[in-house]
Design a protein around this ligand. Structure first.
Ligand code: ADP
Ligand code: ZN
Ligand code: ZN
Length: 740
């Protein structure tokens, strides 16, 4: 018998999605005897570089694949890496949709979706790691006895208990003897080791309260849904949104379905993870970028093989395959961390809706400050708008004081009466949060003699003074510079820091409440997930302290002893060119304010500003976020901006500013004009030069999404866009979140 000639026209051909900028898929000849299935990973060569791709289709021979390929000239697959599909058909279909929505090559989308571990050659299974969990809760007597007899074991037991499930390595980072102590606790039957960070609970805790009316109504509405529907769970802080999530999750699990929960930040994952894990009967896992590559790959596999009932994840989890998915929840849906800002610029919140539609399951978008995009959809009746307007503990929302800083006596960035108030709260045994979204000691260094300001030599930005390292730092390119002793322009020694960052506020506050009572939380002091956990657990002891920090402190955390929140320097937002600035500011203020006075103590929020007359304050604190948002939405509609329109930005960069401008001018001139699409630019980006590269952008805005998409497709097919002049890099951002 004659065997088919594998190299001849009869050889099977596989379409493979590989991360290349110029095509969706490439065709490869299959190896004799090994037909890969669609969804399997394969090793291929592109321009002689070994790469991992995913098979999207297999054809019996070249003629069938419908492309003008000559079978003799096709390269063959190097290896087939999976026997079973690595991506199930629903996942592949979803990624196809994502690629079409973002007008991105399929291979790039696939590469974004799959954890790095699975894209590396030679292919290896994810590593086995050792995770610890407690075997059972301890009685009070047991706790006391352990604390007395074996204090080290007690410390470790608490750390594991608090984390729910924790990597041995991570414990060792904060507790050097953890490995030994864990083994001792294992012998006593108090800890157990496992090879994944899945938390399995057999005895869910029952809550000791009844649902509020709002919760009940929202829950009933969602629980009726058997198919795709989007619910906007619009609930003020402390209204018990989490409880609604938990009950809906319980319902799904009882039907044998799986649930995907997306959260904006790593910092928030442990909290929601723990809360869900305590309350449901099933296996809960986390997936986020703080995990090692290997751990992420394992968790992904667990989800893929149905070994996880609830997956709590940051944005990349939207791509995790889950068999039998019943529900997708997006917590803090307004948060801009759901948007990926490089590579494939996807928004996981929007993709949750897309995936919900494709898998025909309900979606919940939850927030105390919903995005105008979601409110727009709710107003138009596309989303079910479920409002929770009552706090579960019935405590009033914190009192807000907008403090006019004009002519105020200021010490280190804080008004004297604010400092007094902080001192008062602290001595009364309470916690205080001072919020400022700027790291370092001072955002600028100024010569008092001539007005010279220290700039980065490689970027168009001022240098930030960091006192701890006594250096100037560029927050764009991360370069460091020494602090000059003399002004390079006039030789004067009168060089002074100008303005304040969290480091300076920390020093100011240390002078008021003592060095040990200030907890600074920013990217300079909290760099790892372990440090973050440690800081959070210190704050959660409830001991009096003053926290000072950036964004990291503004979101979702429940600090039961917090009675005063101070917000410093919000004024820059009023001068921003970004049309979303008021929305972002309002969300931030409401979120930060929501941290105050959550249990029995009333809270107060003080906002330091030089523009107390800004209407935003009166609207937001007089009438509430909903009124503010409705007014803001009207303005967006009047101005023809998103969400009333669709936007896209082409961003380009180059070391040569002139070439860059020429390039974008040529692109703008080459796309066929369409009266339905406004083209703005090219204009320099808000920071024109960053790390010696110039940045410019071309913006498109249209009331008609199809017209915008048509134009963008034409743009992407232009020869100069497909093969830009050397040294020019460009990217396309569909539905940009910020204009910078
Ligand atoms: P949100 O996420 O809406 O800000 P949370 O979900 O954090 O609010 O709820 C705040 C607190 O109220 C939590 O400690 C939660 O356990 C509790 N809680 C939730 N629902 C109720 C209820 N119906 N009655 C009393 N307490 C509740
Ligand atoms: Zn000078
Ligand atoms: Zn720089």
């Amino acid at each position: 018998m004659k065997t088919p000639d594998a190299t001849g026209p009869a050889a099977a051909v596989a379409q493979v999605a590989v991360p290349v900028p110029f095509a969706d898929t490439l065709s490869y000849r299959c190896l004799p005897g090994t037909l890969p299935c669609p969804g399997a990973r394969v090793a291929v060569r592109v321009n002689n570089r070994p790469l991992v791709g995913v098979v999207t289709a297999v054809y019996k021979n070249a003629a069938e694949c419908g492309r003008a390929v000559s079978p003799q000239r096709l390269k063959s697959l190097e290896a087939v890496l999976d026997v079973q599909p690595f991506l199930p058909p629903e996942s592949l279909a979803f990624l196809h949709k994502v690629a079409r929505y973002y007008l991105a090559p399929l291979g790039e989308v696939v590469a974004t979706a799959i954890p790095g571990w699975f894209r590396r050659l030679p292919a290896k299974p994810p590593p086995v790691e050792r995770w610890w969990t407690v075997t059972r809760p301890l009685t009070r007597a047991e706790q006391e006895s352990l604390a007395k007899r074996a204090p080290r074991q007690w410390v470790i037991w608490q750390a594991v208990n608090e984390a729910g499930v924790i990597l041995g390595k991570e414990l060792a980072a904060t507790h050097p003897q953890a490995a030994n102590v864990c083994r001792q606790l294992e012998k006593k039957g108090l800890l157990k080791a496992q090879d994944s960070c899945v938390l399995e609970n057999q005895q869910p805790q029952q809550p000791d309260f009844d649902l509020t009316c709002g919760q009940q109504t929202a829950l009933e509405k969602i629980q009726q849904q058997e198919a795709f529907a989007v619910n906007l769970l619009d609930g003020i802080t402390g209204s018990g949104k989490t409880e609604v999530y938990i009950r809906v999750i319980q319902q799904q699990l009882s039907r044998g379905k799986k649930v995907l929960v997306l959260v904006p930040e790593i910092g928030l994952t442990p909290q929601l993870f723990g809360e869900i894990a305590r309350r449901i009967k099933g296996r809960v896992a986390v997936l986020h970028s703080g995990l090692s590559d290997g751990a992420r790959a394992r968790e992904w596999n667990h989800a893929r093989y149905g070994q996880v009932d609830v997956l709590v994840s940051t944005r990349s989890g939207i791509f995790a395959p889950m068999e039998n998915l019943g529900l997708i929840i997006v917590d803090e849906e307004h948060d801009s961390s759901f948007k990926q800002q490089d590579g494939l610029r996807y928004n996981a919140r929007d993709l949750a809706v897309l995936r919900g539609k494709m898998e025909n399951v309900p979606v919940i978008l939850g927030s105390a400050t919903p995005s105008l995009e979601s409110l727009h959809n709710a107003q138009q009746g596309k989303y079910h708008w479920l409002k929770l307007r009552q706090r579960t503990n019935k405590s009033p929302l914190p009192r807000v004081r907008v403090l006019n800083m004009q002519n105020k006596n200021v010490t280190g960035g804080l008004a004297q009466d604010v400092l007094d108030q902080i001192h008062q709260e602290f001595t009364a045994g309470n916690q205080v949060l001072v919020f400022l979204n700027r790291r370092g000691w001072a955002p600028a260094i100024l010569c008092h003699g001539c007005g010279w300001v220290a700039d980065c030599r490689h970027c168009d930005v001022k240098l930030t003074y960091h006192k701890g390292i006594h250096r100037l730092r560029c927050h764009h390119c991360q370069r460091h510079y020494p602090l000059p002793e003399f002004c390079p322009q006039c030789g004067s020694q009168a060089i002074q820091p100008l303005g304040e960052g969290t480091e300076r506020l920390g020093d100011t506050l240390q002078a008021v409440v003592g060095v040990d009572n200030v907890v600074r939380v920013d990217r300079d002091t909290v760099r790892t997930a372990a440090q973050w956990k440690k800081t959070l657990s210190r704050i959660r002891t409830g001991a009096p302290c003053v926290m000072v920090g950036t964004q990291m402190l503004s979101k979702g955390h429940d600090f039961p002893n917090l009675t005063l929140v101070v917000v410093v320097n919000v004024d820059a937002n009023f001068y921003s060119l970004d049309f979303r600035a008021p929305e972002k500011l309002a969300q931030l203020l409401v979120q930060v304010a929501g941290r105050a006075g959550r249990k029995d103590r009333p809270g107060e929020v003080v906002i330091q500003t030089h523009s107390p007359q800004q209407p935003l304050f009166a609207q937001l604190f007089g009438q509430g976020y909903e009124t503010f948002a409705a007014a803001e939405l009207e303005q967006r509609r009047a101005a023809g901006f998103p969400p009333a329109s669709s936007m896209a930005i082409v961003r380009a960069r180059s070391r040569d500013a002139e070439h860059l401008d020429d390039f974008l001018q040529a692109v703008a001139a080459a796309v066929p004009a369409d009266p339905a699409v406004a083209v703005m630019g090219p204009v320099p980006a808000p920071v024109f030069r960053k790390g010696d590269q110039y940045h410019m952008q071309l913006l498109f805005n249209s009331q008609q999404r199809p017209a915008l998409r048509r134009l963008l497709r034409q743009l992407l097919s232009l020869a100069e866009v497909k093969r830009p002049p050397s040294g020019i890099h460009w990217s396309l951002d569909i539905d940009p979140q910020d204009l910078a």
